[in-house]
Design a protein around this ligand. Structure first.
Ligand code: NAD
Ligand code: MG
Length: 391
């Protein structure tokens, strides 16, 4: 075996390789070919980018979600050994393959749940960006991960921060975690302003460039609500142990307060490549040339309470977490449909929260749902929400 042996290379399966997280993960892989390779790439509909990525990274296989795009992808890769699959079911099939060491779960929304579940069942470590998976099925996913001894390493910057703060703490008790939130583009605004907000304005996040859905979630604070639920499952916390604090500069990515009152924070300039590479390389840290935060040039770090009367989505998510069962699943499904409608200018900004509110108050509550029941609740909530908006 030589020093450059491939056994040192971690083979990554990127589910959602054409998205914001997926493309940044490929940047990390391209910068560290001695440490990582891309073995599976999947995309929903952007076949051109998928082809480009496949030709550059030479994975074992690719999946294009949209079956109509199978032939163009197959043709473009016909001169290579890369296997090409299409359709939703193929995502689960490739997740069960042996050709990779870690899944980066970077599909957006509920669609990421099944392939992630399959990867866990096949004992593959998960670098988790797809927070909706834990929001919908946190109890089942964490139980399965525990049974299979599969590490779930967060990619979401706040959860990566908490994860990093917990390294070396063993069984030391967490008093609470402090999830920071930038506040999004409408921090400080009131309903009389928000009622007129349009899609393009809501898509302009002050600190992060992300996919459309999470950007809208950040503007409504639903993203923070989903993250509160994600944190509950990842770190096994009671709802009372999770506090949200607005921190507009996004330098402190989150904090942990321990039983002695001591608080640890993880900080840095906002750049998703950092939590992505941390999750992929954990427990190691790897060198990079990303810009560094300079305390001498940046004097102000400020903090505030979230305005949950105006940004009701956060309150709805916290309520759903406290109620448990299929409530977070219903909340998530209604939100996905409402954000979809808002992005197509079908409903107003404040209607997003209204749709979610009605869905959580109308769909039947199930206290201990099975995975099948969660799928049924998801569908029911989608239909109900679409009906409200006449989609
Ligand atoms: P994105 O919209 O930019 O990319 C989504 C990816 O998922 C694309 O590759 C797309 O092809 C694929 N996809 C979409 N719908 C699909 C479907 N139905 N079936 C299969 N594949 C599908 O999203 P993103 O911003 O990269 O976010 C991905 C996930 O990471 C989300 O769950 C998000 O909440 C989370 N996350 C993102 C960021 C960020 O900075 N972008 C930060 C933290 C967490
Ligand atoms: Mg986040």
């Amino acid at each position: 075996m030589t020093a450059t042996s491939n056994t040192l290379v971690k083979r990554i399966a990127i589910f959602g390789s054409t998205g914001s997280i997926g493309t940044q993960a490929l940047d990390v892989i391209a910068a560290h070919p001695d440490k990582f390779s891309a073995e599976i790439l999947t995309a929903h509909s952007n076949h051109e980018l998928l082809i480009e990525q496949a030709l550059k990274f030479n994975p074992n296989c690719v999946v294009i979600g949209d079956e109509k795009k199978y032939m163009p992808v197959k043709d473009a890769l016909s001169m290579t050994d890369i296997k090409v699959f299409a359709g939703e079911k193929a995502l689960e099939e490739v997740a069960a393959m042996d050709c990779y060491d870690m899944m980066l779960a970077a599909i957006v929304g509920f669609a990421g749940l099944k392939p992630t579940m399959v990867a866990i069942e096949n004992a593959k470590p998960i670098a988790l960006a797809n927070k909706e998976t834990l929001v919908v099925a946190g109890s089942i996913i964490m139980q399965k991960a525990y049974e299979k001894r599969v590490p779930i390493i967060p990619v979401d910057s706040e959860h990566s921060a908490i994860f990093q703060c917990l390294v070396g703490e063993g069984r030391n008790r967490i008093e609470k975690i402090i999830l920071t939130a930038s506040g999004g583009p409408f921090f400080g605004k009131k309903p009389n302003f928000l009622v007129n907000v349009k899609r393009d304005h809501a898509l302009q996040h002050p600190n992060w460039t992300m996919g459309a859905k999470i950007t809208i979630d950040s503007a409504t604070l639903m993203n923070k609500g989903l993250e509160v639920i994600e944190a509950k499952w990842l770190f096994n916390l009671e709802p009372e142990q999770i506090q949200v604090v607005i921190h507009p500069q996004s330098i402190i990515h989150s904090m942990v307060q321990f039983n002695d009152g001591s608080i640890k924070a993880q900080m840095g300039l906002p750049d998703m490549k950092l939590p992505i590479q941390y999750a992929m390389a954990y427990p190691n840290r790897i060198d990079n040339n990303f810009p560094r935060y300079d305390f001498r040039r940046n004097s102000t770090l400020s903090f505030d309470e979230p305005d949950m009367r105006t940004f009701r989505s956060l309150a709805l998510a916290i309520d759903a977490m406290k109620k448990g069962g299929n409530m977070p699943c219903i909340l998530n499904a209604a939100n996905e449909i409402a954000v979809y409608a808002f992005l197509r200018n079908r409903i107003g900004f404040l209607d997003i929260t209204e749709v979610v509110d009605r869905a959580v108050n109308n769909i039947t509550f199930i206290e201990n749902p099975s995975l099948d029941e969660l799928f049924a609740s998801d569908e029911q909530a989608r239909e109900f929400s679409a009906g409200l908006m006449e989609l």
